[in-house]
Write a protein of this length. Structure first.
Length: 290
């Protein structure tokens, strides 16, 4: 299985009707790393994230997170059984849609993980007006939302809601943070503001992060490594180290070196699309869903 904090080993995932979403995918992520997945729409980026979260089970292969096999296939060799004994990871999730509960205040929404995730849940009734409230308010202040905790979701802009969503994903100090295009619905100016906030949050706490994004500048700004995926059936074609020192700045993201990396990623994805398009007629003749 390897010694990575997150490990996908020769994973395949097939949907009903013969659609292969992931094809023999192997990926290792070290503890505290920040990895971005990029590639064409429908290539399986979000599928990998859902497999790591345990929301999907692989058709074959194995997914291990923090020493525990998640979404396990039906059988497991005796030598791998120790993986199922590791404690479950605390996971934080943030999506393109912040999905705040409208009947709760922003502060109450941010505190939801403390109410449902161990070991915080057992102390929630006793600490919700003290330590836990202070923790949530400190995070809100860190993302520029000091004083907005008593507002309702409908009173905040989309960018403010996404800031609150990041706070909710981090309030219980997750070991693993899964981000599925969390800034994709925002305007460019707001998105870039949130890149700075996300970078600062990661540098302060160093959770392991897996980011799914279509924005190549975003991947180069935030991640330590970028995994380029092929068109469906998805597989990882290449992993690129991001060489830029932190903290990264918006000014540096317009440098020739930064632009060159983004262009190389763009061309790699374009080449992968061409290969997939060229194979489509053959796959159709053979009765394979591409």
């Amino acid at each position: 299985m390897g010694n990575n904090f997150i490990q996908l080993s020769d994973v395949m995932l097939c949907y009903g009707g013969g659609t292969v979403a992931l094809d023999h995918t192997t990926l290792g992520i070290d503890k505290g790393d920040f990895v971005a997945l990029v590639g064409p729409s429908g290539c399986g980026k979000s599928t990998i994230l859902k497999l790591v979260a345990g929301l999907l089970k692989p058709t074959s292969g194995a997914v291990v997170a923090g020493g525990r096999e998640v979404g396990a296939a039906a059988t497991r060799s005796a030598g791998d059984r120790h993986a199922s004994l590791a404690p479950r990871l605390r996971i934080g999730l943030a999506f393109q849609n912040p999905t705040m509960l409208p009947w709760l205040t922003i502060l109450e929404n941010v505190m939801i993980p403390l109410k449902i995730v161990e070991p915080f849940r057992q102390d929630f009734a006793r600490k919700k007006k003290g330590e836990y409230k202070d923790r949530a308010e400190a995070l809100l202040a860190q993302v520029g939302l000091a004083g907005f905790g008593d507002k309702r979701p409908w009173q905040l802009s989309g960018g403010m809601l996404q800031r609150a969503s990041l706070c909710r994903a981090l309030v219980h100090e997750p070991e693993l943070l899964l981000l599925d295009e969390p800034f994709g619905a925002l305007d460019q100016f707001t998105r870039e503001e949130l890149w700075d906030i996300m970078q600062a949050l990661w540098m302060a706490k160093k959770p392991t992060v897996l980011l799914v994004t279509h924005d190549l500048r975003e991947s180069a700004y935030l991640a330590n490594r970028i995994c380029v995926m092929s068109a469906r059936p998805g597989r990882i074609l290449e992993t690129r180290e991001v060489p830029f020192a932190r903290p990264r700045t918006l000014e540096s993201s317009y440098s020739p070196e930064f632009a060159s990396l983004v262009q190389q990623l763009r061309m790699r994805i374009a080449d992968a699309r061409k290969v997939a398009d060229a194979a489509l007629p053959l796959a159709t003749v053979q009765g394979v869903t591409a």
